[in-house]
Design a protein around this ligand. Structure first.
Ligand code: 4NP
Length: 155
């Protein structure tokens, strides 16, 4: 079993989208029994909330199923997961601050390390305060990155 945790700030936009996308890919590839996939946020702002309605609408437009209740990233997750994927540099730093050893530190990566078309920013931009186009951009980045992440994990 390969265990993957996606992490953003609020756990209502980017990381639940990444969780939904990765689940979508493994289901399509008939590999869903091989993976445990989850998401969380570094903040406690939205604990218990469903994903943002704008992110849900974008996922629905692309026929990607999204079901998640927001939760906060916890130190215990370093033991429970094999790969912990941060959406931006700030999420990455906040998690590294919680790590207590190198073994756990090595599990933490940036989502866009897996985006082969990255041009400049290594981050998945936070769409929360922007317009609808930001959600479509998140969707496209997360899709490309999850496809490559899946490919690398299967190798
Ligand atoms: P996310 O987006 O980290 O992709 O879930 C955000 C959601 C909420 C807030 C910020 C970012 N907020 O400040 O409440």
């Amino acid at each position: 079993m390969t265990k993957v945790m996606f992490v953003c700030l609020g756990n209502i936009c980017r990381s639940p989208m990444a969780e939904a996308m990765f689940k979508h890919i493994v289901r399509q590839e008939a590999k869903d029994k091989k993976y445990l996939i989850d998401s969380s946020g570094t903040s406690a702002y939205h604990i218990g909330s469903a994903p943002d309605s704008r992110m849900r609408a974008t996922a629905r437009q692309h026929s990607v199923e999204m079901n998640h209740a927001a939760k906060q990233f916890k130190k215990e997750h370093f033991q429970q997961f094999d790969h912990i994927i941060a959406m931006d540099e700030s999420n990455y730093r906040n998690m590294i601050r919680l790590t207590q050893n190198d073994q756990h530190r090595k599990k933490v990566r940036l989502m866009r390390d897996f985006d082969l078309s990255v041009d400049g920013s290594p981050e998945v931009p936070d769409p929360y305060y922007g317009g609808d186009e930001g959600f479509e951009e998140v969707y496209q980045i997360v899709k490309r990155s999850c496809e490559e992440l899946f490919k690398q994990l299967e190798e």
